[in-house]
Write a protein that binds this ligand. Structure first.
Ligand code: AMP
Length: 319
């Protein structure tokens, strides 16, 4: 078992700086502004690198082109996989917890945007396993303690979640300083401390789309696996009851909580909605995109790609 090296975050920073310098990583500083709408805080950011990020349909077009150009049509084409192997200039740890590697995101939303990827191919369309959860949680904790900054991790599962790469990966970013994601309020205090496995997940009554939150107390494989399963069971029931297909959700986590959001669409009228939007971090490709996000309003946008929820409905859960 290979744990987190004590100079892990140092390596992240150094690899990021040299990959930007060599042009292997695309990042340029954007702008951020914040607003409070209906009691919830949103940060609106312009992220120029998103303009260059490949999309699922882009990857499919690339594949189609490759197979059309193939002189032997019966030879199976390998799906586009940027993590097999990862680009050497973006590789931070080639072996982590035996089965994973740590890689920088080629199209970084902010500096030091990194990914935990499986060393062997595993599908992004299946849920995280308990070992995936342990490795992700350990990495997040190490990033927090070594950098002194708070991180959020996220996993996009299924076509409607915004996933663009089918090789399993979990992403990590620093949260903006002073930003309080809404699950913090739910798990703070006595209710969060008393939460036990089997109890209904928490939800915020000002958030207008289905979402499930559980606090994290124990961090062993069983504990993390149970909490993840609780969220997944609610998500699967909700998706089925709304006849949503394929199974898609965003899973986000900090040291204190897990959050899962069922998804029914990747974008709303051409505006892609990233996992981070579910906690109030809205990312735009440029001025036009930002204008459209603001005009539509974050709540309305999220309601159209997630499952609208009025804070009252209690479904019968059967998973
Ligand atoms: P998702 O779009 O959620 O599936 O996440 C995949 C991430 O991989 C995106 O954020 C991309 O920016 C990133 N990415 C795409 N190609 C590469 C690459 N060659 N190396 C590292 N990261 C990549």
């Amino acid at each position: 078992m290979t744990g987190t090296p004590s100079d892990f975050y140092d390596k992240i920073t150094k690899t990021f700086d040299s990959a930007v310098e060599s042009g292997d990583l695309i990042y340029s500083k954007g702008t951020t502004e914040s607003a409070t709408i209906d009691g919830l805080t949103y940060y609106f950011s312009i992220v120029p690198a998103l303009e260059s990020k490949p999309t699922v349909s882009g990857n499919e077009t690339l594949l189609a082109k490759i197979s059309l150009e193939d002189s032997e049509p019966d030879v199976p084409t390998k799906p586009f996989d940027p993590f097999d192997p990862p680009h050497p200039a973006l590789l931070v740890l080639d072996e982590y917890e035996s089965d994973y590697a740590v890689v920088l995101n080629k199209f970084s939303v902010i500096p030091n945007h990194f990914l935990l990827v499986t060393r062997d191919f595993k599908s992004q369309n299946s849920p995280l396993s308990p070992p995936d959860l342990v490795a992700s949680y350990k990495l997040l904790k190490a990033a927090n303690s070594q950098s002194g900054k708070r991180h959020v991790g996220f996993f996009n599962c299924g076509k409607n979640s915004g996933a663009s790469v089918s090789h399993r990966h979990v992403q990590f970013l620093t949260l903006p300083e002073g930003f309080t994601p809404f699950p913090d309020d739910l798990v703070a205090g006595a209710a969060g401390k008393k939460y036990e496995d089997g109890q209904s997940p928490f939800a915020h009554n000002q958030v207008s789309f289905s979402h499930y939150v559980v606090p994290i107390h124990d961090t062993d494989e069983d504990a993390l696996g149970f909490r993840f399963s609780t969220l997944l069971s609610r998500t699967l029931t909700t998706l089925r009851q709304h006849k949503a297909s394929p199974i898609s959700f965003n899973f986000l986590f900090t040291e204190e909580w897990f959050l899962m959001v069922p998804r029914i669409a990747e974008s709303s009228e051409g505006t892609s909605i990233n996992a981070l939007a579910t906690i109030g971090l809205l990312l735009a490709k440029g001025d036009e995109d930002l204008k459209s996000i603001k005009e539509k309003g974050p709540q309305k946008l999220l309601e159209s790609v997630c499952i609208p929820w009025d804070g009252a409905e209690e479904l019968e859960y059967d998973y």
